[in-house]
Design a protein around this ligand. Structure first.
Ligand code: PEP
Ligand code: MN
Length: 341
């Protein structure tokens, strides 16, 4: 940590800052210039990062040397992480050169429907099956998900098709139950900073799919990943799914630069969800290819076999045939940039 003192800070103020640093068990190194005094702090940076240093009289600024998202940072873990989802034959790796193809309907609606969709996307190359059993809906009158019945269906269909499964948790009270049925737990955009939920999900030690909040910075996303990791789960896959923009031609605004930016800052895999980012089937293939081309570790796409009948997010769903076409293209692009499946 580097502490910069205000121009004209008095000797008493400087002494006081030094005392505070020493009281935390850290070593201050004073450097007095003509105009400014700077204090370098040596020791466990964690001890000082949460202290309100700029509230001490005479302090102008405090600059951390280590990022606050230490466990999620590249510094702490220079090699990219590989997240393993599922077990046995139905294991999928994401990150470190392994490309994840997560696909499925927005919500689990019935066993027959999920089974049909799963068969088609698996044949097209999907390697993780998604489906919501608890849906975060803007309206309380919209379909809220099948709950435990949906979890059972997801598990059965995933096992039948040899695919690991991921579903979203929206309530800490459901986390234990969800962990029993699934291989990976999704934390949605609306809950990226629900710290109670992050803590509860982290404690399950299950792999986590953490989506970026619609108004969250990349640092916010990494701080949320830090919450999950600090509570026990080491396997976190991040997901860029579009942020709020000013243009309403798309559901959200896909921040494609977030992919290489996250890769500079963190060892965690990052995938892209062009479905929620654009909300429009005609834009999803191009954005999925852009994600693969820019080095994303996977894509997350919603697929439904009868979008006009879907109980959630029908207007943005790709048909299985459309998914098949784009999946083949994604594979080529991802392989061209060194990914394996
Ligand atoms: C979803 O995956 O269906 C979902 C609700 O996503 P998001 O949290 O990104 O809106
Ligand atoms: Mn959805």
């Amino acid at each position: 940590m580097i502490i910069i003192l205000k121009h004209g800070a008095t000797d008493e103020q400087i002494d006081h800052v030094v005392e505070r640093i020493e009281a935390m068990g850290l070593k201050p190194h004073l450097s007095k210039g003509t105009y400014r005094t700077v204090i370098g702090v040596i020791g466990d940076e964690e001890k000082i990062q949460t202290a309100p240093l700029t509230a001490i009289p005479g302090v102008e600024d405090a600059m951390p040397v280590m990022p606050a998202y230490k466990l999620a940072s590249r510094e702490a873990h220079p090699q990219p992480s590989v997240v393993e989802i599922g077990s046995g034959k139905a294991t999928t790796k994401i990150g470190g050169g392994h490309f994840g193809m997560i696909a499925g309907p927005c919500a689990i609606e019935s066993a027959e429907r999920l089974d049909e969709i799963a068969g088609e996307i698996k044949a097209a190359g999907a390697n993780v099956l998604r489906g919501g059993a608890y849906k975060p809906r803007t309206s309380p009158y919209s379909f809220q998900g099948l709950g435990e019945e949906g979890l059972k269906i997801l598990r059965e269909v995933g096992d039948k098709h040899g695919m690991p499964v991921v579903t979203e948790a929206i309530d800490p009270r459901h986390v234990e139950l969800i962990a029993e049925y699934t291989d990976m737990i999704q934390l949605g955009a609306r809950n990226m900073q629900n710290f109670v939920l992050l803590t509860e999900v982290g404690m399950t030690k299950k792999p986590v799919l953490l989506k970026r909040g619609m108004a969250a910075t990349i640092k916010d996303l990494l701080m949320s990943a830090e919450y999950v990791i600090a509570n026990g789960t080491t396997e976190v896959v991040l997901c860029e799914r579009g942020v709020k923009g000013f243009d309403n031609s798309c559901r959200n605004m896909l921040d494609i630069a977030a992919v290489p930016q996250v890769q500079l800052m963190s060892h965690l895999p990052i995938i892209v969800d062009p479905s929620h980012a654009t909300g429009r089937p005609e834009l999803i293939p191009a954005c999925a290819l852009a994600a693969a081309a820019c080095g994303a570790d996977g894509v997350h796409i919603e697929v439904h076999n009868c979008p006009e009948d879907a109980m959630s997010d029908g207007p943005q769903a790709l048909l299985p045939a459309q998914y098949k076409e784009v999946a083949a293209q994604i594979r080529k692009v991802a392989e061209a940039v060194g990914k394996t499946f």
